[in-house]
Ligand binder design. Structure first.
Ligand code: BDR
Ligand code: CA
Length: 311
């Protein structure tokens, strides 16, 4: 299995990304680190503990990271994920705790001590990852790749041009894309192919487990937010797409491209400028996801929740 760490801000889709990573035999989840994004880091950390508790994920260290973006104030996504960051289901009191110390220190320790290079899967603003690369530049060689959910080849979901994770901390995303570490970007253009239709929600319900019901409730809350805010009939399950790319690269087709993060721009700060046709004459610095094998994706996702529920 590929050793991975998820750096997240749960978040409805982050919650399912954690479940997929914990249960799928193709990856070995070494840790979950949290960051401010969908909600404050206190809330996203509590939510990571809630998810691990309800899913029976034990023995995976959870560490809390940065409380705000590198340069700008935090703007959370309570409109999408609710006041708790994970509104919808009722969660049991968390029985798994965080480990002491900052997420960046845990990431550094894992990268230093693990016998193989480790894949990082950020599904949140890239603050922790940028801080890791800045504070411990020698770590870069120990990262096999960074497979992130963020950005878009098309339009945004926080501004007309910018996607939430990149928009929330553009300077951090810029550091990651310019780091020289192999980066795969799973942006909105591909995550909007992972729509949780009523048939998909029914597959989670039909598992007949407490966890299956929690997933269905998460998707139902998430779906009502997408309906209300964007008029979309079904919500896109963004974050698990990045995990699925690591599990089986064939699930997420990519093209090589140069990607720049717009840091200024009158209306475009936080946009990912993707150049697959080489207009800018720059060498590719990323693999950019373009197409999803929907059937394989949902089979792995539902299969992971089934496996966890049966434990
Ligand atoms: C991203 O923003 C967050 O709200 C989701 O969890 C996902 O990581 C989608 O733009
Ligand atoms: Ca997220």
């Amino acid at each position: 299995p590929v050793p991975i760490v998820i750096d997240c801000d749960p978040g409805h889709d982050d919650a399912l990304a954690i479940m997929l990573a914990a249960a799928d035999p193709a990856v070995d989840l070494l840790a979950v680190t949290t960051v401010a994004g969908n909600q404050t880091v206190e809330k996203t950390t509590l939510n990571a503990r809630r998810v691990c508790t309800v899913a029976g994920i034990t023995g995976v260290p959870i560490a809390a990271g940065c409380a705000r973006p590198l340069l700008q104030p935090l703007a959370v996504a309570a409109d999408v994920h609710g006041e708790s960051g994970l509104d919808g289901p009722r969660f049991p009191a968390p029985s798994v705790d965080v480990v002491p110390g900052h997420a960046v220190e845990l990431l550094h320790r894992i990268l230093t001590e693990h016998p193989e290079p480790v894949t990082l899967v950020p599904t949140a603003p890239l603050t922790n990852i940028a801080l890791l690369l800045t504070r411990y530049p020698e770590c870069a060689g120990r990262i096999r790749e960074i497979v992130l959910m963020g950005g878009s080849t098309e339009r945004g979901n926080r501004t007309p041009a910018a996607e939430f994770n990149v928009y929330t901390d553009p300077e951090a995303a810029d550091i990651v894309f310019r780091s020289g570490v192999p980066v795969t970007m799973c942006g909105l253009n591909v995550t909007h192919q992972a729509l949780a239709t009523p048939e998909i929600v029914a597959r989670f319900e039909a598992l007949g487990t407490e966890l299956g019901t929690v997933c269905a409730e998460l998707l139902t809350f998430f779906g009502s937010a997408y309906q209300r805010l964007w008029g979309m009939p079904h919500p896109p399950l963004h974050d698990p797409v990045a995990v699925a790319r690591v599990i089986d690269p064939a699930i997420v087709e990519c093209v090589d491209a140069y990607v720049a993060v717009e840091l200024r721009g009158t209306h475009t700060r936080g946009a990912t400028v993707v150049d697959p046709h080489g207009y800018l004459g720059r060498p590719a610095n990323a693999r950019v996801a373009v197409a999803l094998d929907r059937e394989a994706f949902w089979d792995r996702m539902v299969g992971a929740v089934a496996a966890l529920g049966a434990r």
